[in-house]
Ligand binder design. Structure first.
Ligand SMILES: [Zn+2]
Length: 136
């Protein structure tokens, strides 16, 4: 799944602002790549709850780019995050293949979820209340 973050990084790397010479710790390049990885990983494992991936990643990395590159950064991030989200929705990774609900005993439900909402057939009612909550 890291090919998404590397693709974003590759497209944007040449626009990243130079570090100041006295700067210690990770370089701007490393920070940008790290942010891309964190966001893509979150999208892969938790896309149900990750409402605005483009905005989140853009806000994380925009400070490492000059004003003149902001639009390009936003568009690139948006293109890849939309593509990645689509991909993860259609190809759930292994960790996602358990129902998201907790049983009455407090243990995670381990039945196979339906791909469109991540709940197993007996927990579909939870998906409905969730939609109501999101709509409210
Ligand atoms: Zn369940």
């Amino acid at each position: 799944m890291y090919h998404f973050s590397r693709s974003i990084y590759r497209e944007l790397a040449s626009d990243i602002l130079e570090d100041r010479p006295e700067h210690d710790g990770p370089t701007n390049q490393e920070r940008v790549l790290h942010s891309c990885e964190v966001c893509v990983e979150r999208l892969a494992t938790d896309w149900h709850y990750f409402a605005r991936p483009t905005k989140t990643l853009f806000n994380d990395i925009r400070i490492y780019f000059p004003m003149s590159a902001q639009l390009k950064v936003y568009k690139t991030v948006d293109r890849y995050m939309s593509f990645a989200r689509e991909y993860f929705v259609n190809n759930p990774i292994a960790e996602r293949l358990e129902c998201r609900a907790t049983t009455r005993r407090g243990t995670p439900c381990q039945r196979t979820p339906l791909p469109h909402n991540g709940y197993c057939p007996s927990h579909q009612h939870l998906a409905e209340t969730e939609e109501v909550r999101l709509a409210a």
